[in-house]
Design a protein around this ligand. Structure first.
Ligand code: MLT
Ligand code: MN
Ligand code: ZN
Length: 306
């Protein structure tokens, strides 16, 4: 199975259009050695021909233009993307659906909760009915994971993980597990699995089992520390307020580094990196710490062979 990281940044991307923090400003001027990153999305394929898009980033147009394997090949109008799977209804994961409107009917997999947001508070799916139209394939979340879906020669299972509904959602404060999904992807030919969780607020027993059962894991790399945004003067929200587990231990318990240290996966990758996260700086001590622990930082265009 092949994975292509299309966008490795969190909401806003990196550098963020309106941000002058040390990292964003330093990236623009070249004073900080860091790769720019578009917003959160990746593509997965069993054979390198038929692809599944995991989240539809606001940057999808540029991401597709930059990815030859996803270019149209057969006939006058075509796409290598057979289906789109959403982890949640966050703007950085869904706004790109609008940019796919020129194509044939979208095959969309998401939870009933995300579908409710996308036909309610942010009615993108209703708007798309006047363009490509959307076939919704419900992915209800059940404890321990729901049904396996066969998509483009792969098997995918949505797994409920701790996290938050988007700020615009009426369920933002509810903290229902059903508002945030991770996905297990299995290649039926090899039996190998991938765990993709761009939003993950806590690693409990169920999440540990997912991490351990996989060859490769790509998990929430949004924040280095719990109060990173507040300390940098960028906002009032802590990592926990936004449903993201920081890499370092904090007031709410052990961080992602500990969870990854304990995980048996062959490759451990942080993805969905916020522009405030010092791991973006290739020369910083935080990046060196990740290298010591064998943890990778996803970048746009990163390819993984599983
Ligand atoms: C999040 O994951 O919390 C989002 O990236 C926030 C946003 O889209 O602004
Ligand atoms: Mn996000
Ligand atoms: Zn910034």
């Amino acid at each position: 199975m092949k994975i292509l990281v299309l966008g490795s940044g969190a909401g806003g991307g990196f550098p963020q259009w309106n941000c002058n923090c040390r990292l964003c400003a330093g990236q623009r001027t070249g004073q900080v050695r860091a790769l720019p990153r578009t917003q959160s999305s990746m593509a997965v394929s069993a054979d390198g021909e038929r692809w599944v898009l995991l989240n539809a980033s606001p940057d999808i147009g540029a991401q597709l233009r930059a990815s030859p394997v996803l270019w149209p090949r057969h006939g006058l109008r075509d796409s290598a993307i057979e289906a789109v799977v959403l982890m949640d209804s966050q703007i950085d994961h869904v706004a790109g659906l609008l940019s796919l409107r020129e194509g044939s009917r979208l095959q969309l997999y998401c939870t009933p909760e995300s579908h409710e947001d996308l036909t309610g508070s942010l009615p993108l799916l209703k708007a798309l009915e006047s363009y490509s139209g959307v076939n919704w394939h419900p992915m209800p979340l059940e404890p321990g994971g729901g049904a396996w879906h066969e998509i483009a020669g792969l098997r995918l299972q949505a797994v409920p993980v701790p996290g938050k509904a988007p700020p615009y959602s009426p369920r933002r404060q509810a903290e229902a597990r059903s508002d945030n999904a991770a996905v297990l992807i299995e290649d039926p030919a090899s039996g190998r699995r991938v765990f993709y969780a761009p939003g993950l607020a806590r690693v409990g027993e169920a999440e540990r089992r997912c991490l351990d059962g996989c060859d490769t894991v790509l998990v929430d790399g949004t924040f280095w520390s719990e109060d990173e945004m507040v300390a940098a003067g960028l906002g009032k929200k802590h990592a926990a307020d936004m449903g993201h587990l920081p890499q370092c231990d904090g007031p709410h318990g052990p961080g992602m580094l500990r969870a990854l240290d304990a995980c048996a996966a062959r490759r451990k990758v942080l993805i969905h990196i916020n522009n405030s996260n010092p791991i973006l700086d290739e020369d910083g001590p935080e990046r060196a710490e990740l290298v010591r622990r064998g943890i990778e930082v996803a970048f746009d265009g990163m390819e993984l062979e599983i």
